[in-house]
Write a new protein. Structure first.
Length: 217
């Protein structure tokens, strides 16, 4: 996966835009519950770990077609696809950078309701995140490029996003140390959520930026 950047895509006719998609399972997530209890017990965090959520995040780099409506075409794709997500079992949020008109919120029944990106939203400063993705794996849904034509899909990044909420207030340095301790596996009692043998990861203390991977996509 390309290196990340927090610089937004510039607005303009032939410059790319960034679209982020966040997908979360409705109801109980057994994998997140199991991981939470393992971190509390096996890794010794106990009640300091208040909550743990698991979601999927994708970022698209798109070159809009001249005269096209990329937002309308994306919403049409979201409403029709059975590859990207299952609307009966999952919730989805979207947001964009480089668009001439602000766009973002929860997508449902063919439209995007303006609002935060995620629930809880990913711009909260009191949540920390671990993004994990397998090496040498394409993240693009198989039907995406064809569905969005004539817009040009320049690249797709896809990852699993773990969101951590701590029960006690602590400094940013301590939060960074903690999420490292629960992230890449080092021993049986150190790390849990990322396997460095075949996965890469990235840590965010506080908000998740848009775009994640920037023009390098």
């Amino acid at each position: 996966m390309p290196q990340a950047t927090t610089d937004p895509f510039p607005v303009g006719g032939e410059l790319p835009i960034a679209i982020q998609i966040l997908i979360e399972r409705k109801g109980l997530d057994p994998s997140a519950v199991t991981a939470r209890e393992a971190i509390r017990g096996l890794l010794g965090f106990g009640a300091r770990l208040e909550a743990l959520r698991r979601r999927r995040i994708l970022e698209l780099a798109l070159l809009p077609a001249e005269g096209g409506d990329v937002v309308a075409d994306l919403e049409r794709y979201f409403d029709r696809t059975v590859v990207l997500w299952n609307s009966n079992k999952e919730r989805m949020w979207v947001r964009g950078a480089g668009l001439r008109t602000p766009w973002g919120g929860e997508f449902s029944h063919g439209t995007t309701r303006p609002g935060p990106f995620g629930h809880p939203p990913l711009d909260r400063p009191d949540r920390d995140h671990l993004m994990v993705w397998p090496r040498d794996t394409q993240g693009a849904p198989e039907d995406l490029a064809v569905a969005l034509a004539p817009h040009r899909l320049l690249g797709v990044g896809a990852a699993e996003l773990w969101t951590v909420e701590w029960s006690d207030a602590c400094a940013e340095e301590e939060r960074q140390t903690r999420i490292v301790q629960v992230g890449p596996i080092r021993t049986r009692t150190e790390g849990l959520l990322a396997n460095p043998h075949y996965q890469d990861h990235r840590i965010f203390v506080g908000a998740v930026p848009l775009p994640l991977w920037g023009g390098a996509l």
